[in-house]
Design a protein around this ligand. Structure first.
Ligand SMILES: C[S@@+](CC[C@H](N)C(=O)[O-])C[C@H]1O[C@@H](n2cnc3c(N)ncnc32)[C@H](O)[C@@H]1O
Ligand code: SF4
Length: 340
């Protein structure tokens, strides 16, 4: 008997979810579709990055097969990320093919995390493929600061992309990384701006991923401080809103919007993690090789077995630390390779 073949839950008639060694059901898959990007954010990449050889990347067909195998094994939510997923050539064909799983009801949600630069071009098409909500990363509303943070980005283009997304009927959530001395005094304005446009906002602590040729400690701003400062301007109400992600949300009384905090450094969020990535955990190096079984055979048996085996190795949590004794990255892999 091949125990790797997906099993069906008799009560729901759906594939039984993968369960990791810490009893967490794996229902959320994030897939990094490229490590390349049209920006060079200072906390994410160094200015001169070397990227993976093209042959190491999964083709769009392989990505479809991989995602489909995870859906067959009970994944209900799929997020494409990167690098910048929307700069991968032909990426709309992947959204198009994956949308069949939304139509059959095998998948609840297909979504994307993007820097927004390509949304003018793609927002309406994404909506057409069944994408309902997207995350757009934006750390400042000041054009000069935006250029300084992203090195190559143009704020106007991203804001136009957000307009296009909302006009297409996509629900937009903004992600902002809190950066010491850069956007820390601006975060309250970003709360007002995002909530004023009906967008949730999540503030993220800088994580020590990849050598960025810069000083991590200089960037690091604990969210406990950010939250305390924002609490001087706004009243927060704790809410039990969960997206399956690591953010803890509050409702902001003055704006009526939701504000999330992702605090990998000050609070470890791994205990409730229901997601897998091609790299099994953001903060651990033991990557699962799913490319070999994909390329070894047209049948999915080896792929299913490799997925099962990879899940048995999903680590309990990460161990990121940033302090003066830990100036080197905790992981050599950049977030743009793992997929944030
Ligand atoms: C790696 S990006 C990939 C998707 C897309 N390019 C974007 O920027 O949204 C995903 C998220 O990771 C965040 N990120 C990247 N490097 C990070 C780091 N070292 N610490 C915390 N967040 C980081 C980005 O701000 C972004 O919100
Ligand atoms: S955070 Fe996103 S947009 Fe910025 S460099 Fe990394 S992958 Fe590119």
């Amino acid at each position: 008997m091949n125990i790797a073949v997906p099993t069906i839950d008799r009560l729901t008639g759906r594939p039984a979810p993968l369960i990791d060694p810490f009893a967490r059901a794996i229902t959320y898959l994030r897939v990094s579709v490229t490590d390349r990007c049209d920006f060079r954010c200072v906390y994410c990449m160094s200015e001169h990055m070397s990227f993976l050889p093209k042959a190491d990347l999964l083709t769009l067909e392989e990505l479809d097969r991989l995602c489909t195998a995870f859906v067959a094994k009970g994944v209900r939510k799929l997020r494409l990320t990167g690098g910048e997923p929307l700069v991968r050539r032909g990426i709309m064909t992947l959204f198009s093919s994956l949308s069949r799983h939304l139509q059959t009801g095998a998948l609840d949600e297909l979504t994307v995390t993007t820097n927004g630069s390509q949304l003018v071009k793609y927002a309406a098409e994404l909506k057409g493929y069944g994408v309902e909500r997207i995350n757009v990363s934006l750390d400042t509303l000041d054009p000069d600061k935006f250029r300084a943070i992203t090195r190559w980005g143009d704020l106007k283009q991203v804001l136009a992309g957000i307009d296009a997304a909302q006009a297409a009927g996509l629900k937009v959530k903004i992600n902002a990384v809190a950066l010491k001395g850069v956007n820390e005094t601006e975060l309250a304005d970003i709360v007002n701006w995002a909530h004023g446009r009906g967008m949730d906002l999540t503030i993220i602590e800088v994580m020590p991923l990849g050598d960025i040729g810069d000083d991590r400690l200089a960037q690091y701003l604990p969210l406990s401080m950010v939250r305390a400062r924002l609490a001087e301007r706004f009243s927060f109400e704790d809410i039990d809103y969960k997206t399956g992600g690591p953010a803890r949300y509050v409702q902001v009384k003055e704006t009526g919007g939701r504000l999330g905090f992702i605090t990998p450094m000050t609070h470890n969020f791994c205990e409730s993690c229901n997601r897998v990535r091609i790299y099994m955990c953001l903060g651990q190096e033991d990557a699962a090789d799913l490319r070999s079984p994909l390329r070894a055979s047209e049948s999915n048996d080896r792929l299913y077995a490799a997925i099962d085996e990879a899940i048995t190795r999903k680590p309990k949590g990460h161990d990121f630390v940033i302090d003066r004794r830990h100036q080197r990255p905790a992981l050599s892999r950049h977030m743009s390779v793992t997929g944030g």
